[in-house]
Design a protein around this ligand. Structure first.
Ligand SMILES: NC(=O)c1ccc[n+]([C@@H]2O[C@H](COP(=O)([O-])OP(=O)(O)OC[C@H]3O[C@@H](n4cnc5c(N)ncnc54)[C@H](OP(=O)(O)O)[C@@H]3O)[C@@H](O)[C@H]2O)c1
Length: 250
């Protein structure tokens, strides 16, 4: 891959797909000037800190995506580091998957998963949209792209209402279905500011969440998603797409 967006923010960057994004994005021929790699606990994020040691663009920053009161401070910190420039690309990657079916789903499980997987991405996008707008305004590129301004929500095929053949997994499925609606809304509401919004299914991937039986490696998934991101445009704005570039049903 050749040129990364100038300034990128990723949530949940300490392990799994978030960490793999950081590892691959720093290897672009032209890496970002700033890669804000956020995680709940920077002190224990040893793999991420290793990458940051050898790539000065990686700025490890503390963010619990459920600590909404901390968002504004983070935005102010990032804004001052950007020195008047905008933030081009955000990946809302952090999520939880608490497994429960019809009988054992509780209000607490539903609420907890919804808070992390839906309320957090909505609130993060609201907080950072001024920096995305600034990036779009400062860009001389025509049309919409990840180099200009884009928001990616990490979704899942498990959130697709149309593809659901097996039931179960109430909190996670419902949260990702809601995130899909959020993404579609964002693609409409932010279009006039030339900010893209896309939902991505990374495949079933061998991470802590996906488990070791998953058929796709993090390397393959993230390579595929970065290809997808690099070709995002008006045509793919407001779609649910997988790591191979296939558009999936909502
Ligand atoms: N793996 C799959 O097969 C698969 C399939 C479809 C969709 N996805 C989606 O892909 C994304 C990444 O999944 P993954 O497989 O990499 O999952 P993972 O290995 O379980 O990693 C989840 C990441 O989210 C972070 N996180 C969770 N709650 C957080 C919070 N409150 N604040 C900040 N960070 C938080 C975790 O940080 P901590 O280390 O602090 O817990 C971790 O970095 C998720 O959105 C997931 O739903 C994955």
């Amino acid at each position: 891959m050749s040129i990364a967006p100038r300034a990128v923010l990723i949530t949940g960057a300490n392990r799994g797909l978030g960490l793999e994004f950081v590892k691959q994005i720093v290897c672009f021929a032209t890496p970002p000037k700033y890669l804000f790699a956020t995680c709940r606990n920077p002190d224990t994020a040893t793999s991420l800190q290793e990458v940051a040691k050898s790539h000065s663009c990686v700025k490890v920053m503390k963010l619990d995506v459920c600590d909404f009161n901390s968002f504004n401070n983070l935005k102010e910190n990032i804004s001052s580091m950007l020195e008047g420039e905008g933030l081009n690309f955000i990946v809302c990657n952090a999520a939880i998957h608490l497994r429960s079916g019809f009988a054992d789903t509780t209000p607490e499980l539903m609420t907890s998963v919804y808070t992390t997987n839906v309320v957090a991405p909505v609130t993060l996008a609201q907080t950072f949209v001024p920096l995305l707008k600034l990036a779009a305004q400062k860009s001389s590129e025509k049309g919409m792209s990840w180099h200009k301004a884009a928001l990616v929500n990490m979704s899942s095929i498990l959130g697709s209402v149309e593809s659901n053949q097996s039931g179960g997994l109430y909190p996670y499925r419902a949260s990702k279905a809601a995130l899909n609606m959020v993404t579609k809304n964002q693609s409409i509401d932010l279009k006039t500011d030339e900010i893209l919004a896309v939902a991505v299914h990374p495949g079933w991937v061998r991470t802590d969440m996906g488990g070791q039986a998953a058929p796709v490696s993090p390397t393959e998934s993230v390579q595929g998603m970065l290809n997808v991101f690099s070709s995002m445009s008006e045509e793919t704005n407001g779609t649910l797409v997988d790591f191979t570039g296939t558009v999936l049903p909502w």
